[in-house]
Design a binder for this molecule. Structure first.
Ligand SMILES: Nc1nc2c(c(=O)[nH]1)N[C@H]1C(S)=C(S)[C@@H](COP(=O)(O)O)O[C@H]1N2
Ligand SMILES: [Mo]
Length: 369
């Protein structure tokens, strides 16, 4: 097995799942782009500015040096995942969906470092918006034209941006090195627990405003449309009334064995399986993963691997040795539960864009020897 390249221009790829599941901190992370990557020369850290504007008394234009030196640096370890992760499962288990055929590698668990968005907004001095839950902080990158819009943008609720516990940062570093161009150099948003689509790369502008970002990728993509939206035409009337995906759901994946594999049992008649699990929004950490070999009737607890850097926002590796009778086709399911009590359903509602799929992790069509 190898990495899966879904497209070169723009670059969309996911690493090979066993490799991805072999290190707690991900070096080779997936790439998800709605636009070509900006040219490296274009991203000059000496001239790059992040503008802070909108409903603020003190608009700012911050250089990379400002972001690094004028604010305390905050480090978090968190998973970043595309809302389209596991779309392949929704397509094959339920029915056809629109979008890149992501398997389960559109996620990375990394160490990110940079100033807190909260500190920057405080310096910009927010004016009382009087907009309640509609108040949003919008992020924009104007560096390159996107496929469905001329720029890339997203927004998150202002309340989340100002909540210290939510740890939203302007990341300058990934895994103790400056961001690579691929992952958003010189600065990107990292909003733990939220869909990757909100983690705007090559960040140019932060705007405090009374409504969501009006960018295409906030308004007409990354939404779990109701099942009545079955094609692009019938989806039309639902886009404006369906909420944008923000928090990601609890999830788990079986990294080994994989669907279609032939597996030899050990001397005790057992098969070893392992994978990763992800908490819901800010409901982490994952506290339990179970596996089933009888279609979900009975479950066995998997062992959760401890890692020194684990926390509320990180993924969790799990491992189990389970008795599976010889023969085929055999199926193994996994099911994660997080600290907030959220548990994976067997099947979430189907949605046209195949986002937020979190049905049981699965390995099907196994031949057990
Ligand atoms: N400027 C910009 N930011 C972006 C995107 C993009 O296309 N352009 N893609 C978003 C999506 S949908 C995801 S899932 C993550 C992917 O981040 P990565 O490429 O570092 O894995 O970036 C987000 N930020
Ligand atoms: Mo994404």
């Amino acid at each position: 097995m190898s990495e899966r390249i879904h497209g070169e221009e723009p670059l969309n790829r996911e690493p090979e799942i066993m490799k991805l599941s072999s290190a707690f901190i991900t070096e080779d992370g997936y790439d998800r782009n709605h636009c070509p990557q900006p040219a490296t020369e274009q991203l000059d850290p000496r001239t790059h500015r992040v503008h802070i504007d909108g409903c603020v008394r003190n608009p700012l234009a911050l250089s990379i040096a400002n972001l690094r030196s004028d604010f305390p640096q905050h480090e978090i370890v968190c998973a970043l995942q595309c809302a389209g992760n596991r779309r392949h499962d929704m397509r094959t288990v339920v029915k056809e969906v629109q979008g890149i055929d992501w398997s389960d590698g559109a996620v990375m668990n990394c160490r990110w470092r940079g100033p807190l968005l909260k500190d920057i907004l405080e310096k910009a001095d927010i004016i009382d918006l009087d907009a309640g839950d509609d108040a949003h902080v919008a992020f924009a990158s104007f560096q390159v034209e996107c496929q469905d819009d001329s720029w890339y943008g997203a927004s998150i609720p202002l309340s989340r941006a100002l909540d210290l516990d939510k740890e939203v940062i302007l990341a300058l570093e990934r895994n103790e090195k400056p961001l690579s161009v691929r992952h958003g150099y010189p600065v990107r948003i990292i909003a733990p627990g939220l869909a990757g689509a909100r983690a705007v790369k090559w960040l140019d502008r932060i705007t405090v405003q009374k409504k969501e970002s009006q960018n295409h990728y906030m308004q007409r993509d990354y939404k779990a449309l109701p099942p009545q939206a079955t094609d692009s035409a019938s989806a039309e009337k639902y886009w404006s009334v369906t909420p944008a995906v923000q928090e990601m759901p609890v999830n788990s994946v079986i990294s080994s064995p994989r669907t279609g594999d032939t597996v030899k049992r050990d001397n005790y008649g057992k098969v070893e399986c392992y994978g990763y699990a992800l908490p819901s929004g800010d409901g982490g950490p994952v506290v339990k993963v179970e596996v089933s070999t009888d279609g979900g009737h009975t479950w066995t607890k998997a062992r959760l691997e401890h890692h020194d850097e684990e926390g509320k926002w990180t993924w969790k590796f799990w491992r189990a040795k389970i008795i599976v009778p010889p023969g085929q086709p055999r199926v193994i399911f996994s099911r994660a539960t997080d600290a907030s009590g959220q548990t994976q359903p067997d099947l979430p509602p189907w949605n046209l864009r195949g986002v937020c799929y979190n049905g049981y992790g699965e390995a099907r069509d196994l031949t057990i020897q």
